[in-house]
Design a protein around this ligand. Structure first.
Ligand code: SF4
Length: 334
């Protein structure tokens, strides 16, 4: 009840009924903070397809049950699983820092936006930190930029992405783990539903922005079935995606603490197998990975999709003279 064990005296009718009602669900409270950052671009491990990563936010409101990025909050001593979902930090001075850093690095080696948090999570509507970074890229040339998201909010920035693509290579990786809206709601409770993400794919493709779909992470016996992946690849192709790829779930200890109870609740028959497979190692080894790799490759070929964006090729295809005389983009107002 809203007022404790007994409602205040004197209430009648609907007010009394309301006061006596049981709380079904307390509204979650997401708190937003601004965090100073000294640097924005992080160098990635050798062997990654991009040399730099950029995350305009810390924490991610989408609350995916398998999220591996929880460690980024652990670094800040925020260890409760809800902290990563409910305490969102927007990085400050993005434009000035990025401009300074881009002068010192070779952005043609790949800059991936959204490797640890979603750059188009709800905070972006209010704080526009991803957009601030993109506006800087629109002033630059020669960068190979990829954006990974689960959100259709990316559509807002299509005009800006087109500006960027005139003198840089840019691609958008849309993550869609499943087309099944109910399953997606369980797995990614606050992320836009799959159909909205597919519509964003179509809008990006229509605007001639290179776009692909990744069913990441592929979860054994939950999203890995051939039929599910095939439907997803077909839908991606039909909406204009040019590439499709996927990798198997990995579970760091911080992710296991959330994912195992989730499996216990919603897929209890799978719990023992998940525990056996992931208890000691975050990555699955052995033939399962090869099976999934092969499955994805076969599906991809079936629909004439590539395995990833052609960022480097797109950069090389640009006419450097044309770049020199391309008009500088003006500030694009959203
Ligand atoms: S969208 Fe990505 S970063 Fe955000 S909660 Fe989901 S997996 Fe984690």
């Amino acid at each position: 009840m809203l007022f404790g064990d007994s409602p205040p005296p004197g209430l009648v009718g609907i007010a009394k009924l309301a006061a006596e009602s049981e709380v079904l669900d307390a509204k979650r409270v997401v708190r937003y903070f601004e965090i100073d950052c000294k640097g924005l671009l992080n160098r990635t491990r050798p062997g990654m397809p991009f040399e730099w990563s950029l995350n305009p936010y810390r924490g991610c409101e989408f609350a995916c049950r398998y999220c591996y990025a929880r460690y980024t909050h652990e670094i800040m001593e925020l260890r409760q699983s809800e902290d990563v979902e409910n305490q969102i930090y927007a990085k400050s001075d993005i434009a000035a820092i990025l401009r300074r850093e881009l002068r010192r690095i070779d952005g043609s080696k790949g800059i991936a936006i959204g490797t640890a948090t979603d750059p188009y999570q709800p905070a972006e509507r209010r704080y526009g930190r991803t957009r601030a970074a993109l506006e800087v890229f629109a002033e630059q040339r020669g960068n190979a930029i990829s954006i990974t998201t689960k959100s259709d909010l990316v559509k807002r920035d299509i005009p800006l992405l087109r500006q960027i693509a005139k003198r840089n290579a840019v691609s958008v990786n849309m993550t869609i783990t499943t087309l099944d809206a109910s399953l997606a709601r369980l797995l990614e409770p606050r992320a836009p539903r799959p159909e909205l993400r597919l519509r964003a794919v179509a809008a990006l493709a229509e605007a001639e922005i290179d776009v692909g779909v990744f069913p990441n992470p592929i979860m054994p016996l939950i999203t890995d079935q051939e039929q599910r992946l095939d439907r997803l690849a077909r839908a991606a192709r039909d909406r204009g995606a040019t590439y499709f790829g996927g990798g198997v779930l990995f579970l760091m200890p911080c992710s296991r603490r959330v994912f195992f109870p989730f499996v216990a609740k919603h897929f209890p028959h799978l719990l023992r197998r998940y525990e056996e497979r992931y208890e000691k190692e975050p990555y699955l080894k052995g033939p399962y990975r090869d099976t999934i790799r092969e499955r994805i490759a076969v599906i991809r070929d079936r629909y004439g999709l590539k395995s990833g964006p052609a960022l480097r090729e797109n950069l090389e295809a640009q006419d450097p003279q044309a770049c020199l005389f391309a008009p500088l983009p003006v500030h694009v107002v959203g």
